[in-house]
Design a protein around this ligand. Structure first.
Ligand code: AMP
Ligand code: ZN
Length: 141
């Protein structure tokens, strides 16, 4: 396993979340991966799943780390199913594809039968009370 602290980029907000120098509503953690609530969610329970190792893209992640990352993604999806059986998994790669944080992350976006939530309208910041309720619902193994 790569040492996440050694592999960190000090200017990367997701590395700061891994290092606990930036706040986040963390719902899952293992040796190699972390999942937390997106602070500007598309839908209720929108999650981000990251490898602790700072890499910008999936194609930068060493193959030896693929299995652990996919395993973490599946575990987080199983937790997202507590909110809804239906969800999107998204991966934006590159600025023209909408990537704004250049630390690899899958989005897990629960769907509740609402209209298309992916419009480019501004998203509301996650309310504190809702975040706490979601962390309680999603943190248990
Ligand atoms: P992307 O456009 O795929 O790079 O997605 C980045 C996501 O990270 C966006 O949905 C942001 O709302 C989210 N985000 C950015 N900073 C934070 C943060 N500090 N905590 C939680 N989510 C964040
Ligand atoms: Zn990073």
């Amino acid at each position: 396993m790569v040492d996440a602290v050694e592999a960190a980029d000090p200017n990367c907000v997701f590395c700061q979340i891994v290092a606990r120098t930036a706040p986040a509503y963390i719902v899952y953690e293992d040796e190699e991966a972390l999942a937390f609530l997106d602070i500007f969610p598309f839908t209720r329970g929108h999650l981000l799943v990251i490898p602790k190792h700072h890499v910008p893209r999936l194609t930068d992640l060493p193959e030896s780390e693929h299995a652990a990352y996919l395993r973490a993604l599946a575990k987080v999806c199983r937790r997202a199913e507590r909110l809804s059986s239906d969800y999107n998994i998204a991966l934006n790669q590159g600025a023209k594809a909408g990537q704004i944080v250049f630390h690899l992350h899958f989005h897990v976006i629960p769907r509740y039968g609402e209209g298309n939530p992916f419009h480019s309208r501004p998203r509301d910041r996650l309310p504190e009370a809702e975040a706490r309720a979601l962390v309680a619902a999603l943190s248990a193994p």
